[in-house]
Ligand binder design. Structure first.
Ligand code: ACO
Length: 374
């Protein structure tokens, strides 16, 4: 690579090795630690996948039982974090609340700057367990509802839904939610994960890296797209308006949220699995019109631009059907991706090198201040 060659957006640049996940756009596949993500979504719980991402292997029955016991014991919302959340105006975006909560949790951890793998694993599990309470409570307070305490007799996803809605929905809904968490968990050097690795590479702490990653995920070109997809659905309304809406949006050079991907050019490997989960929800809630709008917009986008949906396209309407407020969609992505981010933070530290690219200066040539001192 010559010094003056510019790789805008780092497109196509390989910056390091990883053993956590493999994205193969040619075969349209995604592997977590070697396992196809579709297989994990079909056969494993999100807890098992989290364990896999951190430890490199799926847990044995005993390891899983120990991990679940630990995770269930850490679920309650710290009263101080709750008080801080209560002080944040509801005009603030829920991603700002999540970002602040992670920062407060970190500031209250006496071992925040300890960076052994053991300490970072402990922090990772703790954030994994606490984030659902943060996300669920924030949605509830915006609706004028009280905090719902976690239940330690429920798995991760059932408990997440219980804390958000006050009850546990049908199994198909819990399963669809769990599948979405698994699909969102990890995706190599995406913008937020790379942010976490950049921060970690300076030998900053895990909480700082996660706080930065939340900020990166918030943007509409990355995690914010699942929220933006729902705004698009709301804007269009019904399937019969989709083509006209799309033609106008494309004529205005708008990016259509939930479509396109930096790495996959032939379709996102996670979409078929999430679309199947969406289909079960459409049937469960008897909302065929939403399914029609989804299919019509996808087909029209394919005809006009040959651009395929990414994971945010099916997950947006899926979260809507589950009953989440649109503003809560990206925080759900955080709750899932905390697993991948923290796995990458630990991997970065295990063979660290400061991430510091170069830039090509194109500003004024050297010049000097005219005249004397004022
Ligand atoms: N809508 C309309 N046109 C698009 C879209 C889109 N969603 N995505 C790509 N294109 C077009 C661009 O306009 C561009 O066309 P041009 O060459 O005629 O100018 C071409 O396809 C290449 O697009 P880029 O933006 O240069 O591709 P890049 O790899 O940088 O973008 C990105 C990837 C940012 C995801 C883009 O597809 C996008 O903005 N999509 C919408 C936001 C979105 O859904 N993000 C979620 C990403 S996945 C995730 O976080 C789970």
């Amino acid at each position: 690579m010559s010094e003056t060659e510019i790789y805008k957006g780092l497109a196509g640049v390989v910056v390091d090795t990883t053993t956590i996940s493999k994205v193969n756009p040619e075969t349209n596949s995604l592997l977590y630690r070697g396992y196809p993500v579709q297989e994990l979504a079909e056969k494993c719980t999100f807890e098992e996948v989290a364990y896999l991402l951190w430890h490199g292997e799926l847990p044995t029955a005993q390891q899983l039982a120990e991990f679940e016991t630990l995770e269930r014991s850490l679920r309650a919302l710290d009263p101080v974090v709750k008080r801080v959340i209560d002080e944040i105006p509801t005009t603030a975006h829920p991603m700002d609340v999540v970002r602040t909560a992670v920062s407060v949790i970190g500031a209250r951890d006496p071992d925040a700057s300890e960076s052994t793998t053991e300490a970072n694993l402990r922090k990772s599990v703790s954030l994994f367990a606490q984030l659902p309470a943060v996300v669920a409570y924030d949605q509830r307070r915006r609706r004028g509802e009280h905090l719902v305490e976690p239940r330690d007799d429920l798995g991760y996803s059932a408990n997440f839904l219980h804390m958000t809605f006050g009850d546990v929905p049908d199994l198909v809904v819990v399963n669809a939610f769990d599948v979405s968490m698994i699909l969102y968990a990890e995706h190599s050097f995406n913008a937020s994960t790379f942010t976490a690795r950049v921060i970690t590479s300076t030998l900053s702490d895990l909480y700082s890296a996660v706080t930065g990653a939340v900020g990166a995920l918030k943007g509409a070109l990355h995690g914010g797209a699942n929220e933006a997809v729902m705004h698009v659905f709301d804007e269009i309304g019904t399937a019969d308006r989709a083509e006209e809406w799309l033609d106008t949006a494309l004529a205005e050079k708008r990016k259509i949220m939930g479509f396109g991907h930096r790495v996959y050019k032939n379709g996102d490997s996670r979409v078929p699995t999430m679309k199947a989960a969406l289909d079960t929800l459409v049937a469960e809630y008897d909302r065929p019109e939403l399914g029609n709008l989804y299919d019509t917009l996808e087909a029209a986008m394919g005809e006009r631009k040959s651009i395929k949906p990414n994971l945010d396209y099916p997950s947006g309407p899926a979260y809507h059907l589950m009953g989440f407020d649109t503003l809560t969609f990206t925080p759900l992505f955080v709750a899932a991706r905390i697993t991948g981010w923290t796995a990458h933070i630990m991997e970065q530290l295990s063979a660290n090198s400061l991430i510091r690219p170069l830039s090509l200066y194109v500003g004024p040539e050297e010049r000097h201040i005219e005249g004397g001192v004022l």
